[in-house]
Every structure is written in C-alpha cells, then in structure tokens.
Design a protein around this ligand. Structure first.
Ligand code: NAD
Length: 317
C-alpha cells in the first residue's frame, strides 16, 4: 500500500521492455515518491520484473494481473486499488505488426487495434472519472514516432498509434479543464522484445496474396534499412524510462514528448509542407532511390552514437 504523500502509479504491460523498466525506475526513486502498481496479463511472466525490482518488490512495487483487452480485468484491477485512487496512469501495453497489408487479415488488424487503441481507451475510461472528480491526475500514453509519421510496411501499427494520438489530442483539452494532465511519449526504435517478436513473426511470414515485387521491396529493401535504423538510432528501455520520469516530474509536462531528437527533423517534414508531398517524396526517395546512401549514413551514425562516443539523446532536456 502507498505511504502518505506517495503517488500511486499504475503501469500496463510490465512483464518486459519499456513497461518493466519504467516500473522499476519509479519504484527505485531515491526520494521514494512513488508506489508502483505494475500490471501484466500473465503473472507467470513476473520473474524478470521481480528480479529487476529487487528489494522494492512488495514494498514500493506491487504486482496485479491486468489484460487491457478485457473490460472485466480492467475494472477488477482498478477496483482492487485502495479507493480506486490512481495518481498516474501509464498506458504502456502494446503490440506490433509488420508487413504488406495484403498478407495481414482483418482479424489480425483488429487485434492490434484492440490492444493499442481500445486497450488505452478502456483504461482511460476506467480511471478518468475519479481523476476528474479529484481535479488531479496524469495520464501517460506510450505512443511512438509512428503515431506522428507513417512508415512504409508498418501501416496497421502506425494507424493504431495515429488513432490513439487523435483520441488523446481531443481528451487533453477536456482533461485540462479538470486539472488532469495527459502526455504522449513518442519513442523511435527501442531495443526490446517488441523488435525481436516482430522479426520472429516476419521470419515465419508466407505472404499469401502478395505480388512478388512487393515481397521483394519488403524483404530486400525495407527490412535491411529498418535493421540499419534500429542499430544506428535504437534507444534502450532505460532511455525511455528516464524520459517518462522527467515528464511525470515536470511542473508543466509537455503533451508531446519525442524521446529521440534524431527523429525531430523527420516529424517536422510533414508540418513544413501542408500538401504532404515533402514527407511522402522524402520517404520514397530514402527507401527506393537512396538505399545505399542511407546504409552508409546509418553506418556512420552507428559509429557516432556507439557507446564509446555517445552521450545518449534523451529528450526532453
Ligand atoms: P514489449 O513487447 O517488450 O512490451 C509490450 C508489453 O505489453 C508486453 O509486456 C506485453 O505482454 C504487454 N501486452 C501486450 N498485450 C497486452 C494486453 N492485452 N494487456 C496487457 N499487457 C499487454 O515491447 P516494448 O517495446 O516495451 O513496448 C511497450 C510500448 O512501447 C508499446 O506500446 C509499443 O507500441 C511502444 N513502442 C515501442 C517501440 C520499440 O521500438 N520497441 C517504439 C515506439 C513505441
């Protein structure tokens, strides 16, 4: 249970990756300002979290089951919290999907939206009324650079994050009237199981109904450049946890928070030209005309950002 003065933070999807790291970072806060309710679908997957939490487990960090795709699971979890009092809700749970749209069934697409969009909406609907009544609270949503800028062959994942960005843009205005804050965290690539799971899925893909050219563009053009980008620009879950903690602790938290400043120019392209031509043509040229140049650029970037030279780019600040 939270001590008086401690903020109650509930985080979704804590069995791995970014969610696990945010949970542990907040639980280990030197000033002991947080009581973390780390949640996950399947408590059998708690080992990594328990190990990383160390002696904070059972003290400043407690564990609850929660599946963001289930109304019952969400309401049971929130009802189990003392007075349903949550100061900070961190919507982190998410799933990825990659590949030519022709090879992805509508059911698979719906599952992605069920987690990445409706999962967040379900959590916000459950927690928001109490926050509004108390006139305080902070809702954090783990979006992505792909919530701001579409990336080829990530059509469905991008759409799910855009949907959430749109939802939150609307909510932020209403919530401000109730002194409840809402912030988006927008990471670029991050080295987690997300990347590993997606690559494992891709390795098994058979591409039914996809023409040979598209399969070739996906496998031989997109995937190698995506791997280059991950290697050169990828952040760690620790980077994202630090950024999230700064957002939580800011006296005037920003609505949008790109965690990797290397992505600022890419996102700026779409706002620099309202016709959309600049960003569509730039992405086309980068992928299909400047592939070798991009590979060299990414290799140089990888050297420049390698741990021996790097001071990681963690924004804001
Ligand atoms: P991850 O796969 O390690 O973590 C995702 C977590 O969500 C897992 O613990 C998973 O079990 C959980 N989850 C999935 N469905 C759930 C459900 N129905 N209910 C509860 N939990 C569920 O990957 P990650 O990289 O740590 O991803 C965390 C968030 O960060 C996601 O929202 C993802 O979209 C976002 N993100 C990731 C990257 C990246 O490159 N890794 C980049 C930008 C944004």
């Amino acid at each position: 249970m939270a001590n008086s003065g401690q903020k109650v933070v509930l985080i979704t999807g804590c069995s791995s990756g970014i969610g696990l790291r945010i949970a542990v970072t907040l639980a280990k806060d030197e000033k002991k300002r947080y009581h973390v309710i780390a949640t996950m679908r399947d408590l059998k997957k708690k080992e990594k979290l328990v190990e990383a939490a160390g002696d904070t487990f059972g003290k400043s960090l407690t564990l609850h089951p929660l599946d963001v795709c289930s109304d019952d699971s969400v309401s049971q979890c929130i009802n189990s919290v003392k007075d349903r009092h949550i100061d900070i809700l961190i919507n982190n749970a998410g799933v990825g999907i990659l590949g030519p749209v022709e090879s992805i069934s509508i059911d698979q697409m719906k599952k992605v939206f069920e987690t990445n969009f409706f999962g967040v909406v379900r959590m916000i609907k459950e927690v928001m009324p109490d926050m509004k009544a108390r006139r305080s609270g902070h809702i954090i949503v783990m979006s992505s650079v792909m919530g701001l800028q579409g990336v080829v062959f990530n059509d469905v994942y991008t759409a799910s994050k855009f949907a959430m960005e749109g939802f939150c843009e609307c909510m932020a205005v209403q919530l401000m009237k109730f002194s409840v804050r809402l912030s988006m965290i927008e990471p670029g690539p991050v080295h987690t199981e997300f990347e590993t799971k997606m690559m494992a899925d891709v390795a098994k893909m058979e591409f039914p109904g996809v023409d040979a050219d598209t399969v070739r563009y996906f496998k031989d053009v997109y995937l190698p450049s995506s791997i280059d980008i991950f290697e050169a620009m990828g952040q760690t879950p620790e980077d994202i946890a630090k950024c999230t903690k700064k957002v939580i602790e800011s006296s005037s938290p920003r609505f949008r928070n790109l965690t990797n400043s290397l992505y600022t120019p890419i996102v700026a392209l779409k706002y620099a030209d309202e016709t959309g031509g600049l960003s569509v043509n730039t992405f086309y040229n980068l992928l299909f005309n400047l592939g070798p140049l991009m590979h060299i650029t990414m290799s140089i970037l990888k050297c420049l950002t390698c741990s021996c030279l790097r001071r990681r780019t963690v924004s804001p600040n």
